[in-house]
Design a protein around this ligand. Structure first.
Ligand SMILES: C[S@@+](CC[C@H](N)C(=O)[O-])C[C@H]1O[C@@H](n2cnc3c(N)ncnc32)[C@H](O)[C@@H]1O
Length: 468
């Protein structure tokens, strides 16, 4: 916890530094850390800039008492709202009235239009002492709330009613013209991301939550920054609400998902920039040095493999990605990719990959290396021979691809890799909770990637439609 808090403290200081004077900070946290985090944000932003603690009820109830739960269900998260200074952008948000309130107060229905309305007092409280004018309306003389001209305008609009001759006239207030109830700090009307909204990202937030926050605390054209943007819910909300946006995430997986999400929104790829993804050999070396796992993920993704979810470190058993292809009468072919970001490569790596493709009964293997392969490595590849059941002619079983070659577009000999299948949106079959089912990227495929595989969004349209 201390390491996490120290990491966050540095970020709050930087966030305050880049925030404009009228900007705000929203910090979403779960209750195990919220009280510690508040102390740190108070220190960075100043306790007087604390505005609200929002309680976001993300689900209605945990029903696991029978599974032995011996504490209260955890159904809410905390969202802290801070301003940068004394003035901040603020657009009040409203929620619909409670139906009981509507029944009790808006009890009249206009027969011609079906519009619900209530009657409210037109008389001027305080009478003459408060400067209210006195005159007759529908034969009834009183001190009124409005000037005679304004009253006549209301009468002309049909907004003044007298229920019976001699009754004091009242003003019609239509329900559909009321903004609703001013939003309080208890948000129980937005549930966790579910169903079609889910992209399979474990910590995905609902779009409605981010839309509400962005609407309340920014105007069109202003900048929204999410420094832990995950699959980009903030980015999508900001884009839809015509704000400028910056999303930051340490994982390439998240960045790739966001790119696809934006594609789903028909946002032109040249209208935003992706910064920090290796674009050349030096960038690839830098990533390999900084984060071996991210390097593996990036290289496999670049090659077009289906990669394993990034959080599944060590779960790959020698497989960093899979490329599937139609192999004619032999069904679906599989190419296993293994990525090595170290400076020392050796023949044992080729032998290991050979063992993996034999164990998995895959057709081909590609070893991706940052450094040039040695002679014995190339010899070991050559000795693996060719795919025995190939619908695409002589295909080497094992090949080595260097990052330099990959970036220059000199790819190994591959069978035709299918373009993404354009599938129509279909109603989603609920199967395994809300885990989205990721399928192969071409139609008629017989094998599904294992549960937890990440399907390269460049091929997969279903992330943004629905899983079959
Ligand atoms: C809770 S998730 C955010 C989910 C997001 N709100 C959404 O709806 O998708 C946190 C994200 O922070 C990223 N992350 C973790 N440490 C980070 C760091 N030091 N800098 C930037 N991003 C980081 C993780 O990769 C993860 O995607």
């Amino acid at each position: 916890m201390m390491a996490y808090l120290a990491m966050m403290a540095a970020r709050f200081i930087e966030l305050r530094r880049v925030l404009k004077p009228t900007g705000s900070l929203y910090l979403h946290c779960d209750p195990t850390a919220s009280h510690y985090l508040k102390v740190i944000v108070d220190a960075a932003f100043g306790p007087t800039n604390y505005r609200s603690e929002i309680s976001w009820r993300r689900q209605s109830a945990h029903n696991d008492a029978k599974q032995g739960r011996r504490q209260y269900g955890n159904v809410r998260d905390v969202i802290f709202f801070y301003s940068r200074g004394d003035e901040w952008t603020w657009n009040p948000q409203y929620t619909p009235y409670d139906p009981e309130y509507v029944e009790a107060f808006y009890k009249h229905v206009e027969s011609e239009t079906g519009r619900r309305y209530r009657l409210s007092d037109l008389t001027g409280p305080g009478g003459a002492a408060k400067g209210n004018p006195r005159y007759k309306v529908f034969g009834v003389e009183r001190y009124w709330r409005f000037s005679k001209e304004r009253m006549n305008a209301l009468i002309a609009e049909g907004r003044v009613v007298q229920l019976n001759p001699g009754n004091v006239p009242a003003q019609k207030r239509y329900l559909d013209e009321m903004p609703g109830v001013a939003l309080q700090n208890d948000w129980g009307d937005i549930r966790a991301a579910a169903g079609r909204e889910r992209l399979g990202y474990p910590t995905q937030k609902p779009l409605a939550l981010l839309e509400r926050i962005i609407k309340a605390s920014s105007d069109e054209g202003q900048v929204v920054l999410d420094p832990f943007c995950g699959c980009g819910t903030t980015v999508e909300a900001a884009q839809k609400l015509k704000r400028q946006w910056i999303g930051i995430d340490v994982t390439h997986y998240a960045v790739t998902l966001i790119e696809n999400r934006l594609k789903g929104l028909r946002v032109a790829a040249n209208s935003y920039q992706v910064v920090g993804r290796p674009a050349d050999f030096a960038g690839a070396c830098e990533l390999a040095r900084r984060d071996k796992h991210q390097f593996q993920w990036w290289a496999a993704w670049y090659l077009g493999s289906h990669t394993y979810r990034e959080e599944k470190r060590g779960a790959d058993r020698g497989i960093d990605g899979n490329i599937f292809y139609p192999n004619g009468p032999y069904g679906t072919g599989r190419i296993i990719t293994s990525v090595k970001g170290g400076e020392n490569v050796g023949v044992a790596m080729v032998r290991d990959l050979r063992g993996v493709i034999e164990r998995e009964e895959a057709q081909m293997g590609i070893l991706v290396t940052l450094t040039e392969p040695t002679g014995p490595m190339l010899a070991e590849c050559a000795s693996a021979g060719f795919v025995t059941k190939s619908a695409h002619g002589r295909m080497p079983r094992l090949q080595i691809l260097t990052i330099a070659d990959m970036l220059d577009g000199r790819l190994p000999k591959l069978p035709p890799i299918p373009e993404r299948a354009e599938t129509k949106a279909k109603p989603r079959r609920k199967k395994d909770g809300d885990q989205i089912e990721l399928l192969l990227p071409f139609e008629g495929a017989a094998i599904k990637p294992a549960k937890g595989d990440f399907v390269d969004p460049r091929f997969d349209s279903r992330l943004f439609q629905s899983a079959e």
